[in-house]
Design a protein around this ligand. Structure first.
Ligand SMILES: N[C@@H](CCC(=O)N[C@@H](CS)C(=O)NCC(=O)O)C(=O)O
Length: 207
């Protein structure tokens, strides 16, 4: 299998951490959405990452669709998202808010990074970052006081919350605040101690 996208992409990274936990290996194409856009188009005509080319030659796009495929391959006992019931609903709500927080941080990041300084809209940046904060509050409400979201086993809610908080702290440091999100910060730290989480990281993007 070939996974397209860099560790910096939080959507790619939730797939990478999941693959490490499920013990699935893949080739990497670490294409940047800014510098390697043409290469990404060769895998995904929408020009977005992550994309996963399976061993059958099928290309899957969108992290949630890729994770659904990986869970199906892993089987119900090992799947990272419960198949049904309250655990699935609770997980999906926490994951959705973590993804919202991430998407709004990406929008703020692109506004600041892709546009010339005199074209940037500070009101849009403020709106996106406040939306990210609002979503993080919901993730904080969903965070386990200790351990993992579903009890004794790491699941997709743990992965996505930790990846989101790590990424947002990197691109929008004014949004994350461990005193405002203490349970979420501790949750991220528990995940950060896991080898599957450390297998991808943001270190190479820090200057
Ligand atoms: N819903 C998508 C979001 C993917 C996404 O926004 N990826 C970003 C990189 S972090 C991207 O490809 N940006 C380039 C663009 O949208 O033009 C997913 O979960 O995979």
């Amino acid at each position: 299998m070939i996974l397209v996208g860099r560790d910096l992409s939080p959507f790619t990274r939730r797939v990478l951490v999941s693959m490490a936990l499920l013990d699935v290996s893949c080739e990497r194409r670490e294409f940047s959405t800014t510098d390697d856009f043409q290469d990404i188009l060769g895998f995904n005509p929408a020009g977005r990452v992550p994309a996963l080319r399976t061993d059958d030659g099928e290309t899957l796009v969108d992290s949630s669709a890729i994770l659904d495929y990986l869970d199906e391959q892993a089987g119900d006992d090992r799947a990272l998202l419960p198949k049904r019931g309250e655990d699935r609903r609770r997980s999906l709500q926490s994951i959705s808010q973590a993804l919202s927080a991430t998407e709004k941080a990406v929008s703020s990041f692109y506004e600041r990074r892709m546009k010339a300084e005199d074209k940037r809209d500070p009101k849009w940046v403020e709106r996106c970052e406040n939306q990210s904060r609002g979503a993080l509050q919901e993730v904080e409400r969903s965070a386990p006081a200790e351990g993992w979201f579903l009890g004794d086993k790491i699941s997709q809610a743990d992965i996505t919350a930790a990846v989101a908080y790590d990424f947002i702290g990197f691109v929008c440091p004014g949004v994350t605040d461990d005193t405002k999100y203490p349970k979420l910060a501790a949750w991220r730290d528990r995940m950060a101690a896991e080898p599957a989480f450390q297998a991808s990281n943001l270190d190479k993007y820090r200057s």
